[in-house]
Design a protein around this ligand. Sequence first.
Ligand code: CUA
Length: 331
Amino acid sequence: MLLSLFMFPKSASTFASQVDHLYAFLVVMSLVISLGIAGTVAMFAIRYRRRSEDQVSEDIHGSLALEIIWSAIPFAIAMFIFYWAAGIFFTMSRPPDNAMEIFVVGKQWMWKIQHMEGRREINTLHVPVGRAVKLTMTSEDVIHSFYVPAFRVKGDVVPGRYNTMWFEATKTGSYHLFCAEYCGTEHSRMIGQVVVMEPAAYQRWLTDETPASRAGQAAGIAPAERGAQVFEEQACATCHIDEPGGIGPKLSGAYGEMIELDSGEKVKFDDAYIRESILDPTAKMAMDFPPLMPVFAGKIGEEDIMALIAYIKSLPSDSAAEGQAQQEQTK
Ligand code: CUA
């Protein structure tokens, strides 16, 4: 489309054309309406001008038909835009189940990226082309915003909660990454690159053994492994034993399930729930467990919490053991 030549930034994700078409429609619609109104004003000014000194204007009463038309047409246009945009919004806010996950932690003034295979990077995000990528994002300090214009995605990165965002890159290359939320003195320098690679090249990059990456290898273990270390360091296994009957709830197989709280409410055992329960265990107590878990707020960093989540997610869900437990219950 001609507009895209001068109106839009580079496009390199499956969202780009969807967003651009909608945006182009809005611009064209605004042009048509603005020009239509301006043209009509000019035309009326000429056509209905005063033609003699003693001309008196006609006495005009309202027109119901006209009022219905000029209400109904804009309403229809607005609803059409709403329907179209909401469709794109829903697509963007629901990551596909097979999306690969990457953790993003924003802090003044850098982006810390953690790949599930262990590689970490700062201010650069490497992703494979043609694969859905889901970012789980949080901040260590203030609100930042992760913005990749070429992908047409932008998401707030908020302290104290997880926001997710996803995209699928369609073209290899290097694209701008911006912080799009004023976050202090060096906000404008909180920038970076998203590098889109062929899948094979990405796999090589993940396991790259360059001296530089080897130097960072001490910190370069997979989040699930790091999570297992933290789990051990903090002695979580004392209460969260891997069978029913521990002081704390059993964690394997819990991820993604609905669990019952002592208030009778049900919540999903997801990233946000795990994070909250680590930092403030009594906020949402699981049914039938005593409030004995220590508070970890201030004792454990965002990256270690993400590692713990990755670890808990990696625990096998042994449905066999669950079946057995149920049998015993029914006896
Ligand atoms: Cu971070 Cu602006």
